[in-house]
Write a new protein. Structure first.
Length: 137
């Protein structure tokens, strides 16, 4: 997960960090995906009773995909300019450690209820803290 020479985080480091920060240990049924290229995973939101975290992976290299969410959420989308790129962007901002080696702020982007669009070859975590899921207490 770290570059052997520079010890800088690789893109998979940031994906693992978001997983650890957002996805709880209780697994939920995400429901059917609207297309085979959109892989969905749902868990209880870590440290938020009743909250839900959804992970959407768009494996299409050319097509944006959509999913309807009935509640507001916070979005954490990882993208790269190229699949083999060594850097990754979170909601359009390149992720990198500060000069002293500390993590940058990891903040979601508020999303209103409705259709959520997933760009090609993107990974998106959506957190729904007010989902009131009774299984996630």
């Amino acid at each position: 997960m770290l570059d052997e020479n520079t010890l800088t985080p690789r893109p998979n480091y940031w994906a693992a960090l978001l997983w650890r920060k957002l996805m709880g240990s209780k697994v939920l049924n995400p429901g059917p995906s609207p297309t085979p290229e959109l892989h969905l995973y749902a868990h209880c939101l870590r440290h938020q009773p009743g909250g839900v975290a959804l992970l959407a992976v768009n494996t299409s290299r050319t097509v944006s995909l959509e999913l309807m969410l009935p509640m507001p959420s916070d979005r954490y989308t990882l993208t790269a300019k190229d699949l083999l790129d060594t850097t990754v962007q979170l909601n359009g901002t390149t992720l990198q450690l500060d000069k002293d080696g500390t993590l940058p702020p990891i903040v979601g982007k508020p999303v209103p209820p409705g259709d959520v669009r997933f760009e090609p070859t993107s990974i998106t975590f959506l957190t729904i803290p007010d989902a009131a899921n009774s299984y996630c207490q």
